[in-house]
Ligand binder design. Sequence first.
Ligand code: NAD
Length: 263
Amino acid sequence: MDLGLNEKVALVAASSRGLGRAVAEVLAAEGCDLVLCARGKDALAETANAIRTASKRKVVALTADLSNAEDVSQVAAAAMQEFGRVDVLVTNGGGPPAGPFESHSAEAWHAAVRQTLDSVVELTRAVLPGMKERHWGRIINITSIAVKQPVDNLILSNSVRAAVTGFARTLANEVASSGVTVNNVMPGYTRTDRVTNLAAKNAQLRGTTADEQLGLIEKQIPMGRLGEPREFAAMVAFLASEQASYVTGASIAVDGGWIKSLL
Ligand code: NAD
């Protein structure tokens, strides 16, 4: 299937590693030029170079902290300056810290809102007018299975991602007649640094091994294994495509069957 993404411009946030990087790789392979951002300069430069070499597409990479409003607007401004437009926006960020309600200060809540909700709102604000003008746009937010089935010990993520989902679902209808679709993709447990580091940390706390911790997660997943970032990225690429023109306002899980609800 030709996804119709050749020569499109995609901005993928938090894309030096993990899910963001996998999304950037597949979009570049489909012919998109890219704007990438992340906090760590070296990992970002390595990712940008690898994608440039593999895809021969133009890749602009900016060091940015998505919990900082100024950095967020600089990323959007750089995209406009370099390409004059963004056709596909993929929002993403580092996950908020784990822990029960009483372990998080007011500032921790504000930081989670800034990174996970405000960055989505502000990147959308920057790219939406152009998408509407050209009557073509795709906004895809990376959220989490926690939106449908809250995950224990992740109260910040469970709460703020629900807000992103409410924003996206409402916006989807507001812009539906302008050729712009807005969707969320909910990753289940996927083999990225975040998940393997978390497993190593839990192993240390519990006196076991990271593999044992990952095994416990795999037991909760009907497919019996973690997802791979490329399996997640394939869904994002489809939602970004020409063919997905009638899909909007959806939250789609890529979770090996982890969510147990009917809908
Ligand atoms: P990861 O840690 O492997 O990669 C995160 C990326 O975000 C990196 O490129 C990092 O540099 C960047 N980043 C982190 N904080 C940033 C900030 N403040 N500003 C800019 N860039 C920042 O994580 P991942 O597994 O790819 O997860 C991506 C998102 O998906 C996270 O929000 C995570 O909570 C969510 N998620 C992941 C899973 C999973 O199993 N991997 C499951 C559910 C939800």
